[in-house]
Ligand binder design. Structure first.
Ligand code: FUL
Length: 685
């Protein structure tokens, strides 16, 4: 018997191993798929947006096309400095606003009379696109173009002829400056200088792009190359499909809802991945008034996690200043941001681990441990019929981590619809819930409080057997949150923090805050306004947060709402932007400040939500007695307030004396009949 088994066993086991060596066919691609160009584009992950033009000098977000081209006169344009900064930040390219809504061309276009040629810059002989494309080539960066079809200057805008003018303009830029990796089409479409709107010929525009740049990715609300993800705050959907149904939709007002753009659509017929465009400052163009409002590293890291970490590329706007250089406040912040990303993802704790899954396809190229190498093109693939497989990773030794990174192999489609992560905790008795999420796509990063374990298990739910390129675990340093400064109606300032029990230091004299500044102990009064700078500190001041700066004008302490006489109307002057008043269109919000003021301007705080009925067009009157009114603003526009609902500070041409303010909404961002006012304020300082 023994002899027989000795003879049989090797044959038997050879048979098994021969059998297990059988290799399954590669997984069948699922649903809409990315093109090769889209895959290359997705791997860029992070690149720079540059808003530069007359608005840089006139301090507006949307120029009206009537600005004198002479305002464009930067003293020291240095596109190599932009490229060097992008390179040092490990961004992969730069997209520039070649032509914004004002129609001003940053190159001497033969199709426009509103260009750098008409400006005093380099005696009209300069060409920003030439300088920047050369600099990008020198620094090994990709070069991309933003061109707004909406043109508030061009005489042909609003006529049939304009579409061809725009196509010619595209032709000119796309053939003149070498390779263009992305063509950015802004969906905003307002009136031209003649009050007319344009029906765009997108088909003609797209053909023009592809004729010149066959591999360019076309951005718009609905692609076709990549899509706007629905807000300008840097927050892509937690669920983010790269697929979308685009038939019957158009960029701009004809686009699907912002919610759909934010989430994509499961089973969508086209592959249109998300791109997150967001500015490092409150506005898209440079303004000296925002030098101290550059986003903190904490905010930028949040944006990184809600964009790159949610299956979206990140297009971060860094607007050059009036010299034509990136301002030190922005470049310093970019370097700190880079350092924080690099530190967070420096060490992948899964290296040297073992990965196992019982639902793996046969064949070495599908093995679970393919997720552990650095090669995106190797993957673990489950069997065709296993739509809910799991994979276990056993660490070499017990590890502590607070980030998990997962990547699907997108050339075979986006397949995972949800997954949950468990970790082994012997003391608690086995597997414990760690976190769960929905989609993965090209890259997904999850954040959670640090956990220590030797083993994790990920359970997937998928539309087709999951194909996973990478799973990584990291221990990122938790940022010490910057203080949050708030002031109430009476003018009482409170400074808090998300970090438990920090010590907060602040200044009110304009000086930088440090651990030697005033220690915050209790709320303090600032009814007349001023500047507050604050930092938070822990570990006896050895670790400090980033500094925040907030400027206040006078508090609405004595103010009352005269009209409308509705519940909640006083929310517009309660000092809190979390509450809001509703004002009927064609109605007015009248406020009595209780004293005669010298008004340099006013401020309107919208509700910070793209879908809110914020005021986009308004009239403003001022009065001494609440009877006789002076019109200070008529049919005035809050530019780009729909996409970027940020506080608006409006300066008057000259100061006006008054006690009463009448704010009359004319149009709202979502065309509804009632508009919202989170806060109305004055500028007196
Ligand atoms: C928006 C524009 O209206 C803004 O001015 C900015 O250029 C942003 C990137 O796109 O739609």
């Amino acid at each position: 018997m023994k002899i027989i088994s000795r003879i049989i066993s090797p044959v038997f086991f050879a048979g098994i191993s021969l059998f297990s060596c059988k290799t399954d066919k590669p997984p069948v691609p699922y649903g809409a798929l990315p093109s090769e160009d889209q895959i290359k584009w997705q791997k860029l992950e992070y690149y720079m947006f540059v808003h530069f033009g007359p608005n840089t000098f006139t301090d507006v977000e949307w120029g009206d096309g009537k600005e004198d081209p002479k305002v464009f006169n930067p003293a020291g344009v240095d596109c190599r400095q932009w490229a060097a900064t992008a390179k040092a930040a490990k961004m992969k390219g730069i997209i520039i606003t070649a032509k914004h809504h004002d129609g001003f061309c940053l190159w001497p276009s033969k199709y426009s009379a509103h260009t750098v040629r008409e400006s005093p810059w380099k005696d009209g002989k300069g060409d920003i696109l030439k300088e920047l494309s050369d600099a990008c080539r020198e620094y090994g960066l990709k070069f991309g173009l933003y061109l707004s079809p909406w043109d508030r200057n061009h005489p042909a805008y609003g006529t049939n002829g304009y579409n061809q003018v725009f196509a010619n303009t595209l032709d000119e830029v796309l053939s003149g400056y070498g390779e263009v990796f992305e063509q950015w089409f802004d969906g905003a479409n307002g009136e031209g200088h003649n009050g007319k709107k344009q029906v765009y010929n997108w088909d003609l525009f797209h053909k023009t792009v592809y004729r010149n740049q066959a591999h360019a990715i076309i951005f718009s609300d609905v692609g076709p190359g990549c899509r706007w993800m629905g807000n300008e705050k840097g927050i892509a959907g937690e669920t983010n499909w790269s697929t979308l149904n685009t038939e019957g939709f158009e960029p701009g007002r004809g686009a699907p809802s912002v919610e759909i753009l934010n989430n994509g659509e499961q089973g969508g017929k086209a592959w249109v991945p998300a791109e997150t465009d967001v500015s490092i400052r409150p506005g898209w163009f440079y303004s000296p008034s925002t030098d101290d409002k550059v986003k903190t590293v904490e905010e930028l890291m949040d944006i990184y996690y809600t964009s790159v970490g949610r299956n979206s590329n990140l297009l971060l706007n860094v607007p050059p200043d009036r010299r034509g250089r990136i301002h030190p406040a922005d470049s310093m912040r970019l370097m700190e941001f880079r350092k924080a990303i690099d530190e967070a993802f420096e060490e992948n704790l899964v290296s040297g681990s073992e990965a196992r899954s019982g639902e793996t396809r046969s064949g070495a190229q599908y093995r679970p441990d393919n997720i552990l190498d650095d090669d995106y093109d190797t993957y673990w693939a489950s069997k065709d019929d296993s739509l809910s497989p799991s994979i276990e990773i056993e660490f070499k030794k017990s590890a502590t981590f607070n980030r998990l990174l997962l990547q699907e192999y997108i050339p075979l489609g986006q397949r995972v619809s949800s997954f949950s992560v468990k970790y082994r905790d012997e003391e608690k008795g086995g597997w414990c819930e760690l976190t769960k999420a929905t989609t993965i796509g090209y890259k997904r990063i999850l954040r959670f409080p640090a956990v220590t374990t030797d083993k994790i298990k990920i359970e997937f739910n998928a539309l087709a057997g999951p194909v996973i390129s990478a799973i990584g675990a990291y221990k990122a340093r938790e940022q010490l949150s910057a203080p949050v400064i708030e002031r109430d109606k009476a003018g009482l300032v409170t400074i808090g923090s998300k970090t438990p029990d920090p010590v907060i230091y602040y200044t009110t004299d304009g000086k930088e805050a440090s651990v030697n500044s005033i220690r915050y102990q209790k709320p303090f009064a600032m009814p007349q306004g001023g500047v507050i700078r604050a930092i938070a500190a822990v570990e006896d001041g050895h670790r400090t947060s980033e500094a925040v700066t907030v400027s206040y004008d006078m508090a609405p302490a004595k103010w009352v709402v005269v009209s409308p006489d509705t519940d909640g109307a006083s929310n517009a002057i309660d000092g809190s932007s979390r509450t809001f008043a509703r004002i009927g269109k064609n109605d007015a919000l009248i406020v009595d400040s209780g004293e005669n003021l010298t008004l340099k301007g006013f401020s309107y705080t919208p509700v910070a939500n793209v879908e809110a009925a914020n005021v986009s067009v308004y009239d403003l009157h001022v009065s001494m007695d609440g009877q006789n009114w002076t019109k200070v603003k008529s049919n005035a526009v809050f530019n780009n307030i729909r996409n970027n609902p940020a506080p608006q500070n409006v300066l008057f041409d000259k100061a006006v004396n008054g006690r009463y303010l009448k704010f009359s909404p004319v149009e709202s961002t979502n065309k509804s009949d009632a508009c919202v006012v989170a806060e109305l304020g004055v500028i007196t300082r």
